[in-house]
Write a new protein. Sequence first.
Length: 92
Amino acid sequence: QWYLKKYGVDLGKKKGKAAGGKAEEQAEPEKKSRHVIFKQKYRESKQKLEPGIEEQFQSGRILACISSRPGQSGRADGYILEGDELTFYKRK
């Protein structure tokens, strides 16, 4: 949701859609001001998403590492795996 608002790109959807998906897309597009549209186009041109991470979002599963300390209760901090760390865990 945040990424969609910031960059105007939906990570969870695949690029090649069937005929059934087009009706859903045309149903009431969100109105945006001219300024917001230009900001999103600029951000989209500058953003680079690693192919491995994009593939994870499209499949609906994201590999992450929990980095909270032992003894913490009710909280789980972590980060999304990328780069060499992602390739290492994908091989396993």
